[in-house]
Design a protein around this ligand. Structure first.
Ligand SMILES: C[S@@+](CC[C@H](N)C(=O)[O-])C[C@H]1O[C@@H](n2cnc3c(N)ncnc32)[C@H](O)[C@@H]1O
Length: 417
């Protein structure tokens, strides 16, 4: 490390050794690793160290990596949403795969990990924005990197154009709800019938809701829910296999349809010819409903509104095998080995925290085939370790780039015993 001082800030030069799990470049120093956002391995860079000595701001790239490419978004480097648009595609996908490989290795698991299934830009159908004041004007967008300030989003190459193109008009339509509040949280999901919008952190105002309902058609909005009150133009609807599901406001939905299709294909392949399957953490039935085209499925989930939507969709879809929905907290009451006995295969897709309690019970069961779906390689590896210690063998691991240009990755694993 070499340093030069000009004025108050101390600039130093460092070599970047590797990429960290969040996509930051890491330089090794005598005092330990220094995290440098937007720097790539092999690059010599000038940085300004933060007071903690562990993080830094990139000032200049002095010697550039051959893998450096131009980012596709004008907000990149300022916006806190993406961390890795400046890395060439193959190197980027290898880094994502390595996140899964390393997570498994850290638990002593050496399973073969397939190449990452990519998703295209413009494919994300779900995002959460902040609506708030930025100086004299109103902003609807993301936070700046390492800041609470907002960036008004007019361009976002990872988001579906159906969402991005409507943000300026949505901002104007949602502005009256803000009142004296500093900020509101705005969740936007693109569904088959239009945008499903959930505004949180403000109180519903009847006149503003009525005005918004009158404009909703022009805005491409199917439903708006403000502080728990909804106005509906066309019930939002999403398709899983043959079934059309009407999601309740704010229900979980996979962020990218192409990623969801890859995950569904892998779930179906993983259960093989099973006749009876348990789908744990089923949500709206993303996997339950396609599975039910060939086998009986019991869907377990804690969100009762999501389960009701799943059950209704199953009732209205001809030719499905029997689908049962069971409301259950699987963290506190995982299915035990006795309850697991009727199933030839079990699919589990928990939130980021993983499914440790359920994995322990599965490890003690005799279920032949398991499919683990996870958006967190760390907790996936922990749960797979429990299953391998219980006698399961990992036969396939496939990462999916559901969270483009970020340090997050989805993965599906197949296990048998
Ligand atoms: C990653 S999502 C997966 C949902 C679904 N498999 C899908 O692909 O759309 C995780 C699901 O777990 C549910 N969940 C969270 N905590 C739970 C718990 N303690 N018990 C049961 N389900 C839970 C959430 O409501 C959510 O639907």
């Amino acid at each position: 490390m070499s340093s030069s001082s000009s004025g108050r800030a101390v600039a130093i030069e460092v070599e970047i050794d590797r990429l960290g799990a969040q996509g930051d470049g890491i330089a090794e120093s005598a005092d330990g690793p220094v995290f440098v956002p937007f720097a790539l391995p092999g690059e010599r860079v000038r940085i300004e160290l933060d007071a903690d000595g562990k993080h830094a701001t990139l000032l200049e790239v002095l010697a550039q990596s051959p893998d450096r490419v131009d980012p596709i978004c004008p907000h990149f480097g300022i916006c806190g949403g993406c961390t890795l648009q400046h890395l060439e595609t193959d190197a980027y996908l290898s880094w994502k795969r390595e996140l899964v490989v390393q997570a498994l290795r850290s638990r002593g698991l050496e399973a073969e990990v397939e190449p990452v299934r990519p998703v295209p830009p413009g494919s994300r159908r779900r995002a959460t924005f902040a609506l708030g004041r930025e100086g004299q004007s109103l902003a609807l967008g993301y936070r700046r990197a390492r800041s609470h300030d907002l960036i008004d989003v007019d361009v976002c190459p990872i988001l579906s154009p159906a969402i991005v193109s409507r943000l300026p008009k949505l901002k104007a339509a949602l502005a009256p709800f803000l009142g004296n509040r500093r900020e509101a949280r705005v969740g936007v999901t693109e569904t088959n019938t239009g945008l499903d919008i959930v505004v949180q952190g403000v109180r519903p105002k009847e006149t503003a809701l009525a005005k918004l309902a009158a404009e909703a058609g022009k805005l491409g909005v199917a439903r708006v829910t403000v502080g728990g009150d909804s106005v509906m133009l066309a019930p939002p609807s999403v398709r899983f296999g043959l079934a059309q599901v009407k999601p309740p406001p704010d229900a979980f939905l996979q962020a990218v349809p192409q990623a969801e299709a890859a995950m569904s294909e892998l779930v179906l392949a993983g259960v093989g010819k099973a006749k009876r399957v348990a789908d744990l953490f089923s949500g709206l039935g993303t996997f339950t409903l396609p599975l039910a085209e060939s086998c009986a499925v019991d869907a377990y989930e804690s969100d009762e509104a999501a389960l009701a939507a799943l059950a209704e969709a199953a009732r209205h879809t001809p030719k499905l095998k029997p689908v049962r929905t069971i409301a259950r907290d699987l963290f506190r009451m995982p299915l035990g080995p006795q309850e697991l006995k009727p199933y030839d295969a079990v699919v589990f897709d928990p939130p980021r925290a993983g499914a440790a309690a359920q994995a322990e019970q599965l490890a003690a069961s005799k279920v032949k085939r398991l499919v683990a779906v996870s958006c967190n390689p760390g907790t996936l590896a922990r749960d797979l370790r429990l299953l391998v210690d219980g006698g399961y063998r990992i036969t396939r691991v496939v990462p999916i780039d559901q969270f483009l240009f970020s340090g997050h990755v989805e993965a599906v694993a197949h296990l048998t015993r």
